[in-house]
Unconditional design. Structure first.
Length: 194
């Protein structure tokens, strides 16, 4: 069983990097416009989630999280040059709310509360990207989010210890990527009919 978890964990890490190749390529070409607020917050909060997962014995399943930190950090840097520049007041509000959730985490000193707050911060960080993508659903690379669904599913399986600390984040991200993927597909169809 451990060997299978290890194999699936490594495959999920591989999918993390491979899944973002089209996203990075599309960003460099100017087709995808990552929202800097979202990618900054995803990088910061995911790094903290990784540390919490490791502290609770997530094992190989935590490697998927650190791979996501590296990718998110890289895409954040790309977003500063090629990202969406139409930052709205609501984007800034959700950015601040996410930062507040991160700051509260510093004082929580309870790993379960911390991972929940960090996951909420990540979900709030999704809102500027959702808003931007609703207006321009082709400004995101759908395949990357669809691959995320697979890698989070595999990552959950690869965890060596199941607890709220190790599973809450990947489950919330699995659901968020699923809902976001569906909304992109629906919005693209709506605009194609017009």
């Amino acid at each position: 069983m451990e060997e299978l978890k290890y194999t699936i964990g490594i495959l999920a890490v591989f999918l993390t990097f491979i899944g973002y190749v089209p996203y990075i390529r599309d960003t460099i070409k100017g087709k995808t416009k990552p929202h800097a607020y979202s990618w900054f917050l995803w990088s910061a909060s995911t790094g903290i989630v990784f540390a919490l997962q490791v502290s609770d014995g997530a094992g190989i399943g935590a490697l998927i999280t650190i791979a996501a930190v590296l990718i998110a950090g890289f895409i954040f840097v790309l977003s500063l040059r090629a990202g969406k520049q139409d930052i709205t007041r609501s984007d800034t509000i959700f950015f601040i709310l996410s930062l507040i959730a991160l700051v509260i985490w510093l004082f929580a000193k309870q790993p379960v509360i911390s991972v929940i707050l960090l996951s909420v911060a990540e979900l709030l960080a999704f809102i500027p990207t959702i808003r931007k993508s609703w207006n321009n659903p082709h400004s995101e690379t759908l395949s990357s989010y669809l691959i995320n669904i697979s890698r989070f599913t595999m990552g959950i399986y690869a965890l060596q210890n199941y607890s709220i600390i190790t599973t809450f984040y990947p489950v919330s991200q699995l659901l968020a990527n699923g809902v976001f993927s569906i909304s992109l597909m629906v919005r693209r169809r709506q605009l194609a009919k017009k």
